[in-house]
Ligand binder design. Structure first.
Ligand code: GLA
Length: 442
């Protein structure tokens, strides 16, 4: 809602109880004593401005609704880099449907860097004709015909990270083009930023998207450098918090790549910033890309679901091992990620090298994840009744089970279920996690 009253001083903001029901009404009475012709022109101008203001208002009101739960989809970068084409993207859309991922809730098909080659004489962004011979509109139509949504990548700098044309200076023109093509999601990167202020740069693209006539999710990819969790709510619906993910569980590279545990640790510092319509983006998933064990990929997925992270698969959907599909499409895991309360888990304790993450869920239920950080097996011995877990996300500010025991359900369905009346004792393998959902017994 910010800033619109300044743009239109001849309007008065009429507010009802709900902020989404605020509209601008013209102050017609100020114009009644001039000539009728001037009056008519003014009235027409006022009417146009009135319609425009309501249009912008409606666009902005829809902004928070675009990602009430963390977005789910697929992105080309982790697996294919610049090696992308129209046929590849169509095959991926087909596979999202035939694999059951669409039914599980995944819906965005996002083309990352390298689809763009230049601008025409009017400054319009051009897609690579050799790789996308039918253009972006036809591809968007195809993706929409499958009941899916279409995403593109651009960059706030003058160039993208792969040296393709960025959006700096063309934000509104590009946003209009995206709307014409039928884009539903924009991943917006931060290479060649040339000293811009990050908040201002992302605000510009956010304004352009809100004015373009089509609801488009803005995925802020600024790698957490200027703490977007402190300013990006209302600008974009999700923001990256770290450098790029690598397909490894515990690793970090001096040029910036990080593994699952390194992302977990960053997410823990800022878990409170996540909520409906505004999410910490823990990065695209590496599940199925081959460099981690099944155990590690399950922990990767479980951590993302606990943190209410966007789930953007980054593997080849056409050739998924049943195991990969099982991890990505597990209904219990996805229900925890997509829980309507929208709370992120927090790290309650680390016991014997095992991180204990806790996430309040809707309906008074709670998710627990025990992650063995170490590369050796570790013993877990957790007495539910010995701890009170405090967090504002719980109904009464805390979670204490000694008097009201809970039923325990293993999210992956591997272990026997039990209750919180008995201490939890098990051995967790290297990087293994135990993913549990707790429900009140009565
Ligand atoms: C940056 C982003 C990646 C990817 C590449 C593409 O590194 O963080 O996710 O989009 O650019 O060039």
């Amino acid at each position: 809602m910010h800033g619109q009253t300044l743009l239109l001083p001849s309007f008065v903001l009429v507010s009802s109880c709900s902020p989404q029901k605020q509209y601008f009404y013209p102050l017609l009475s100020t114009y009644t004593n001039t000539s009728s012709l001037i009056n008519m022109k003014r009235t027409s101008l006022i009417l146009v401005l009135f319609l425009l203001a309501n249009f912008i208002q409606a666009q902005t009101a829809g902004f928070d609704q675009l990602a009430k739960t963390p977005p789910m989809g697929w992105n080309s970068w982790n697996k294919f880099g610049c090696n992308i084409s129209e046929s590849l993207i169509k095959e991926m859309a087909d596979a999202m449907v035939s694999s059951g991922m669409k039914d599980a809730g995944y819906n965005y098909i996002v083309i990352d860097d390298c689809w763009q080659v230049g601008r025409d004489e009017n400054g319009n962004i051009l897609a690579d004709k050799d790789r996308f011979p039918n253009g972006m509109k036809a591809l968007a139509d195809y993706i929409h015909s499958k009941g899916l949504k279409f995403g593109l990548y651009s960059c706030a700098g003058s160039k993208t990270c792969q040296g393709r044309p960025g959006s700096r200076g063309y934000q509104f023109q590009d946003a209009l083009q995206y709307a014409r093509w039928g884009v539903d999601y924009l991943k917006y990167d931060w290479c060649y930023d040339e000293g811009q202020n990050a908040k201002a740069a992302y605000q510009t693209m956010s304004d352009a998207l809100k004015a373009c006539g089509r609801p488009i999710v803005l995925s802020i990819c600024e790698w957490g450098e200027s703490k977007p969790w402190e300013w990006a709510k209302g600008i974009g619906q999700l923001w990256r918090i770290t450098p790029d993910i690598r397909d490894c569980f515990d690793c970090s590279f001096n040029w910036g790549g990080v593994g699952v545990l390194q992302i977990l640790d960053k997410a823990m510092e800022i878990y409170g910033a996540a909520g409906p319509g505004h999410w910490n983006d823990l990065e695209m998933l590496e599940i199925g890309n081959g460099n981690q064990t099944e155990t590690e990929y399950r922990s990767h997925m479980a951590i993302w679901c606990m943190m209410a992270a966007p789930l953007i698969a980054g593997n080849d959907l056409r050739q998924m091992e049943p195991l990969t599909k099982d991890i990505l499409c597990n209904a219990g895991a996805l229900a925890i990620d997509q829980d309507t309360l929208g709370h992120s888990a927090f790290r309650y304790l680390t016991l014997n090298g095992i991180d204990i993450l806790v996430k309040p869920l809707s309906g008074g239920e709670v998710a627990f994840l025990f992650v063995n950080r170490s590369n050796k097996p570790a013993e877990l011995n957790y007495d539910w009744n010995a701890y009170t877990v405090y967090d504002e996300g719980f109904e009464h500010g805390s979670f204490y089970v000694a008097k009201t025991p809970y039923k325990i359900q293993d999210v992956w369905g591997k272990q026997k279920t039990g209750t919180t009346q008995k201490p939890l004792k098990t051995i967790l393998d290297a990087h293994e996690s135990l993913f549990l959902r707790l429900k009140k017994i009565n």
